[in-house]
Design a protein. Structure first.
Length: 637
């Protein structure tokens, strides 16, 4: 008996074909197997319909079963359920049902996903082959490694095509060079988006067969795709057309199926009528401070762990539990007008409870082993958890509602208020707060930061972590010099190095030359560990920006370092930018005469140097001012 990886699954000519990967020999073989597909139909005469379907060739069994119906899953409906090993017959019966005025239900997720789920066959896990019972799955352990595969991840960064492989990254300017690179290697899997894939096939059509599997859902790391596939039982071949929200909905729909809850998109949960004042009070979103710009020393950043998902799980918040009309055990909250039914666990908290635990497990494994594999898996789970909140208020969500969304945000505001109050009672100063992060000044050391974190956990009842301890933290002014920006800050970490959010150095649309200039300037500032050391270093940082300005004026630069990558945008009644008509994706643009133009074989003299000097001055404006530094010196005397 040998062990192989269940790499993929698909339906071909009414057969379920499993792609089995031999890790030792790096080969893939196909294995036909039989899986049972389930069909669900609502009829006015379910007994007669069940009897009619049971007499058809290819139907394994048929019965009538009660399912609870949305929006609150109190009432029930009789559903005709049938099993078949023929996907073609399944589709035929469901289509015929629609033509006869019947109503197919539970039609999400894809029948193959449900079939794999019921068979306990997780994609990207090991299977035993060659035994008496044929193919047998091996129980998955989250600490297990991923299959070792030859892969390539393709994406666009600053106008370059970046090809990431197990051996490292490669950058190409010409698409033809990317095609040659792929053709000269033997990749089992290729991950990219539909745009790059389509353009590659235009250059070299044979590349479609050069790689065993193309996954066109975006340039994510293979371990992220593998985790999404395992968790949702969605084969890799289906991952190109699926979003993070759909992965979450798949988890929820599979749980609903187990609980005999009907999945039907025709039901909705109506938002109650409210006044403008009530909307302003209850639909305010999460906490976002408008921070005061300046340089702060000794700052502790405390983040709640998976705050919104944790709120959902702790208070059982789901579309069908919030403001449920009939309920025997109801929870109310002084910070919200909404109530939650506690009679049974909701679909949303039931789906993400395990994910919260899994994210913490991957975090522990990453800290223990240092292997990036677990960091990628944690990232994959984190994206699902982020979607768990976002989808609550999404109008097409199967298991959400606006009321549930409002209850989560109002609860988060209450928790952030408690965190601020407990910090201020201990004599600290809260200088910033954003969604699930609190920035607290006056903390003398990383150890004291841990104590502050413990105080916040005790005051709120929710888990938190020390995200960072800053020797100094700087919040820059906005472009008009009037106020601070919530998601723009950077600082020197006690563990060494800089942490930056929202500034030009970390934004995708910043040219490489401007990024390099700001990075070098901030590296100088990072040498300051005391307020008095900041003054001479600030002068050096400004000198670095000056040197880049001088290079631009003298024409000492590489045009490719000035390229900005943009999307098509436009659509609807908005006319797309001119570079969309001038060129083709990826839209590599540069400033010419004050406007973004598609990059062609232009002379370097055509570049609008003054516009790039403006960008450098924007990077300079995000440095601390002399006044910021001097005010800190005065306060520390």
């Amino acid at each position: 008996m040998s062990r192989m990886w269940l790499l993929d699954a698909s339906i071909r000519e009414d057969k379920v074909v499993l792609s089995l990967y031999d890790e030792e020999n790096h080969t893939v073989r196909e294995h036909e197997t039989e899986l049972v597909f389930h069909g669900y139909i609502v009829s006015e005469n379910p007994v007669m319909l069940a009897e009619e379907i049971s007499n058809l060739d290819g139907v394994v069994s048929t019965w009538v079963e009660k399912f609870r119906i949305p929006p609150y899953y109190v009432d029930t409906v009789d559903v005709v359920v049938f099993k078949t090993k023929s996907y073609r017959l399944l589709r035929k019966l469901l289509n015929q049902g629609v033509n006869k005025g019947l109503k197919p239900v539970n039609n999400y997720p894809h029948p193959l996903v449900e079939a794999l789920y019921r068979a306990g066959m997780r994609p990207l896990t090991r299977v035993n082959t060659g035994g008496n019972k044929g193919l047998a799955t091996v129980e998955w352990n989250p600490a297990d490694k991923d299959p070792v595969v030859d892969y390539v991840v393709l994406r666009v960064e600053h106008g370059y095509f970046v090809a990431e492989t197990p051996g490292g990254g490669n950058r190409f300017w010409r698409l033809e060079d990317v095609a040659d690179f792929i053709a000269s290697n033997k990749f089992l899997l290729a991950f990219t988006d539909e745009f790059i894939y389509t353009r590659l096939l235009e250059v070299e059509p044979r590349l479609a067969r050069k790689v065993c599997r193309w996954i066109t859902g975006g340039g994510f790391h293979p371990s992220e795709y593998f985790e999404w596939s395992r968790l949702s039982y969605t084969p890799l071949s289906m991952m190109g057309s699926i979003s993070i929200g759909k992965i979450l909905t798949t988890l929820e729909a599979l749980l609903a199926r187990d609980r005999k809850l009907l999945v039907d998109k025709t039901y909705g949960r109506r938002e109650p009528w409210r006044t403008i004042r009530e909307l302003l009070v209850y639909d305010r979103g999460g906490v976002v401070y408008q921070p005061k710009p300046g340089l702060y020393w000794g700052v502790c950043q405390v983040d709640f762990k998976s705050l919104y998902p944790s709120i959902i799980v702790k208070y059982n918040i789901s579309g069908e539990t919030v403001d449920k009309p009939s309920c025997s055990s109801r929870a109310s909250f002084h910070w919200s007008p909404h109530t939650v039914c506690m009679d049974e666990e909701g679909i949303v908290p039931g789906s993400i409870r395990r994910l919260i635990e899994l994210k913490e497990l991957y975090d522990e494994l990453w800290k223990k082993t240092g292997e990036e594999l677990y960091e990628h898996r944690k990232s994959a789970v984190k994206w699902i958890l982020v979607a768990s909140f976002g989808y609550l208020g999404y109008r097409n969500s199967l298991f959400g509602s606006v009321m549930a969304h409002e209850l989560v945000t109002s609860t988060s505001r209450e928790l952030m208020k408690r965190a601020r109050l407990v910090a201020e009672r201990k004599g600290y100063r809260v200088i910033h707060a954003i969604v699930d992060s609190v920035f607290i000044q006056g903390v003398a050391s990383p150890d004291e930061c841990i104590m502050v974190k413990d105080l916040i956990e005790d005051a709120t009842g929710f888990k938190a972590k020390v995200e960072a301890y800053y020797i100094w933290l700087y919040i820059p002014w906005d472009v008009k010099g009037l106020r601070g920006v919530a998601n723009r800050y950077y600082g020197l970490l006690s563990s060494g190095g800089l942490k930056a959010k929202g500034i030009m150095m970390v934004r995708r649309d910043t040219p490489i030359l401007v990024k390099e200039a700001q990075y070098e300037a901030l590296q100088e500032l990072s040498k300051a560990v005391k307020p008095a050391e900041m003054v001479p270093l600030l002068a050096r940082a400004h000198a670095i920006i000056d040197s880049y300005v001088e290079k631009l004026r003298k024409g000492v630069f590489n045009t490719l370092d000035l390229v900005i990558s943009r999307s098509a945008r436009g659509g609807g009644y908005v006319r797309p930018p001119s570079y969309v008509f001038e060129g083709e994706p990826p839209y590599r643009v540069v400033y010419v005469s004050g406007k973004l133009r598609f990059l062609r074989r232009m002379e370097q003299s055509m570049i609008d140097v003054n516009k790039y000097i403006e960008l450098l001055e924007g990077a300079r404006a995000e440095l601390p001012s002399k006044k910021d530094v001097e005010s800190c010196l005065v306060s520390n005397k």
